[in-house]
Design a protein around this ligand. Structure first.
Ligand SMILES: O=C(O)CCC(=O)C(=O)O
Ligand SMILES: [Fe+2]
Length: 223
């Protein structure tokens, strides 16, 4: 595809950022792109999440999926709702993620076949302790993504995502400010990460590219 003069190809993703994303996923397992997603789309998604929060449409998030789902406020303090394509902003974001899925599959042969995502709202004081998004051998979440939605995140706002060395959660490699437009993606079973306690309401969309719903006879429920 020919890049347009402003560097976005016709699918709305920056082609040089995409090339770096593929390289970094392979070389170190994680990628951070500032201004990766268009500011206007971030504004629309943020407005939608604020509306959902004020109308009490979010549910306290838990850990573990399927039958093993538990609320653990000592581990994670966000409230969520799954994207359902209801708004144009959601459809636009999911279209971009479908294009990203296509590009990652083309570059890395990961066999990603679907994407699930939820809005997440961390009230002041909330955090998410260090974790992996999936476990080796049981992984049907293959690539994790996070898009941040707060414009002008304050210097002293906390709420950074901490990334730790693949397979060594004692070694911190990066702290990412949750600033609107910043997009992070990483290998779900390799990269330990955490959300440090936030001082301000923190808005994001967390999403996962998945492979098959069942691996070796082990059913891994989507949610
Ligand atoms: O919001 C973030 O920075 C990360 C969220 C996260 O790790 C998750 O939802 O699994
Ligand atoms: Fe996570």
């Amino acid at each position: 595809m020919m890049p347009s003069p402003h560097g976005l190809d016709s699918n709305g993703l920056d082609s040089s950022a995409l090339a770096r994303l593929a390289d970094e996923l392979v070389e170190r397992g994680w990628f951070v792109g500032e201004h990766f997603i268009d500011a206007e789309l971030c504004r629309a998604l943020h407005a939608e999440l604020q509306q959902l929060a004020t109308s009490h449409a979010l549910t306290d998030a838990g850990i573990g999926r399927g039958d093993r789902h538990r609320l653990r406020r000592d581990i994670r303090g966000d409230a969520i709702t799954w994207l359902n394509r209801e708004s144009q902003a959601q459809r636009d974001y999911l279209t971009l993620m479908a294009e990203l899925q296509r590009q990652i599959n083309q570059a890395l042969y990961l066999g990603l076949f679907e994407f699930e995502a939820h809005f997440a709202y961390y009230p002041p004081g909330a955090f998410y302790k260090t974790h992996y998004d999936s476990f080796q051998g049981r992984a049907n979440r293959i690539v994790s993504t996070v898009l941040y939605l707060n414009p002008d995140w304050p210097q002293e706002g906390g709420g950074e995502m901490a990334i730790y060395a693949p397979d060594d959660e004692t070694c911190e490699l990066a702290r990412i400010r949750p600033e609107a437009g910043t997009f992070v993606c990483f290998l779900s079973d390799r990269v330990p990460h955490a959300v440090l306690p936030t001082r301000y309401p923190r808005a994001s969309i967390a999403g996962w590219f998945r492979r098959n719903a069942s691996l070796g006879g082990l059913v891994d429920p989507a949610r």
